[in-house]
Design a protein. Structure first.
Length: 452
């Protein structure tokens, strides 16, 4: 008996220590079992307390009267599946007649308390079927990305969502994005993760860093072009616009719109072209957009208008030509001048780290997800890297990128430096580094010559 008591005390102490110091290990060893038992045991009573039940149907009441049986009680949504994950549980529910997915979403906070979980979110999969994702611990406190992710061409994992799922940056579905964040908010780490994830892919990286290149220059071996001041940035953006026009000429020449060609094969963007003709896609990273919009005299004002006009043109027309924008900044507001709100309207993806004022949060989410504004200004200062992300659908979520040091990002870029395409239009802006491996020139397409 003494040995059994000692073993029991040791197990309880181990469980408590794991839950305190290693919540992920606790969840994988003990937490999953406890949570599944707790959810299944409390399910009916919790759904009734949260108002997620419906009264019995008339035919069940009539059948009970005919059989002289007790009146049946209210019915909760039927559980279709319970799936444990590395961070929590996923419940798939079949709603009863008369129930709505909004009712489940409105009860998420009460479900979190009732099931003793850290977080609960819901989404509608299809009509009458709702998925509830529960997290057993704070996954954003210590971000651990899963070993396997669903990375695809132009779709890279960059952060972890608060529900335990992976947050992807998908350029095919959301071509342009805006990322805001004050100093020491984690914006630079998010940008490093993005560059490191794009480095192994067949893509050209173009950087504009007006802080004399201190953020992006260490990663320059993987960049096809890099500008470190507003004057060179203006010329670089003009070169990108010229390349965009050349790509459109290539698409026009290869549209294949004759009567004997099926409609599915008609090209309207670079992804409709055959792989041997497809130009290399370009991701343009602007590290501090406010530096491009500031001016002190008439000459700088002309340069500013030229830069903003080129950015707006790339945002409006660049998607089909395979040119994607990543606009970053500490501050983004209408006081930056004309054209800024027009540029913002083209940036579908929005990510806001901790900001110093509510106006910046409003510029990020005020037009797409007003609820996200309050969440963005409530990000604590002691959790750098936590951000709120949203898009034009109105949905938003909290995310946090894993900490990636500058050395780790540099090593990744150096390891894939041989994949850096040398674009003729951007050759004057190619960063020159001592000891850099020579890049193989890549024309506009593999069979067609580059258009000047």
């Amino acid at each position: 008996m003494t040995r059994f008591a000692a073993a029991l005390v040791l197990v309880v102490a181990t469980v408590g220590l794991l839950r305190w110091r290693r919540p992920a290990w606790y969840w994988l060893t003990f937490g999953i079992t406890f949570a599944v038992v707790r959810v299944l045991f409390r399910y009916a009573s919790v759904m009734d307390a949260c108002g997620l039940t419906v009264p019995p149907s008339r035919w069940r009441l009539a059948l009970a009267r005919m059989a002289n049986r007790p009146v049946p009680g209210p019915r909760a949504p039927r559980i279709l599946r319970v799936r444990p994950t590395r961070t929590g549980l996923v419940l798939r529910l079949k709603l009863r007649a008369g129930q709505d997915a909004f009712d489940v979403a409105a009860s998420c906070d009460r479900l979190r308390h009732s099931f003793a979980m850290y977080g609960v979110t819901s989404r509608e999969l299809r009509s009458g079927v709702v998925e509830i994702r529960m997290t057993g611990y704070d996954v954003l406190k210590r971000v651990q990305m899963p070993a396997k992710t669903d990375a695809r061409p132009m779709r890279v994992p960059v952060a972890l969502r608060e529900d335990g799922s992976v947050h992807y940056r998908d350029y095919r579905s959301i071509p342009h994005a805006l990322t805001l964040g004050a100093t020491e908010s984690g914006k630079s780490v998010y940008q490093r993760n993005l560059v490191a994830a794009l480095a192994p892919q067949r893509v050209a990286l173009v950087g504009i860093d007006c802080k004399q290149g201190v953020e992006l220059f260490p990663l320059a071996r993987r960049f096809s072009a890099l500008a470190d001041n507003p004057d060179s940035a203006a010329d670089l953006l003009d070169a990108l616009v010229a390349r965009m026009e050349g790509v459109y000429q290539l698409i026009r020449a290869e549209q294949r719109i004759t009567a004997d060609v099926p409609d599915a094969e008609i090209a309207a963007d670079i992804w409709s072209l055959p792989e041997d003709l497809r130009p290399v896609p370009i991701v343009v990273l602007v590290d501090e957009v406010a530096e491009l919009a500031l001016f002190a005299n008439k000459e700088q004002e002309k340069r500013r208008d030229r830069i903003i006009t080129a950015l707006v043109r790339l945002a409006q027309l660049g998607r089909a030509a395979g040119i994607y924008l990543e606009i970053c900044g500490q501050r983004f507001g209408s006081e930056l001048g004309k054209g800024i709100t027009m540029l913002r309207a083209q940036l579908t993806g929005r990510t806001a780290h901790r900001v110093n004022d509510e106006t910046s949060a409003n510029m990020a989410f005020g037009d797409i997800a007003p609820d996200a504004v309050l969440a963005a200004i409530q990000i604590p200062t002691d959790l750098p890297g936590v951000a709120v992300t949203g898009d034009s659908t109105g949905g938003w979520a909290r995310i946090r990128a894993p900490h990636t040091s500058l050395r780790q990002a540099v090593n990744t870029c150096n390891r894939h430096a041989h994949l850096t395409p040398d674009l003729p239009e951007l050759a004057p802006f190619r960063p020159v580094l001592p000891g850099a491996p020579a890049a193989v020139p890549v024309p506009l397409s593999k069979t067609a010559p580059a258009t000047a």
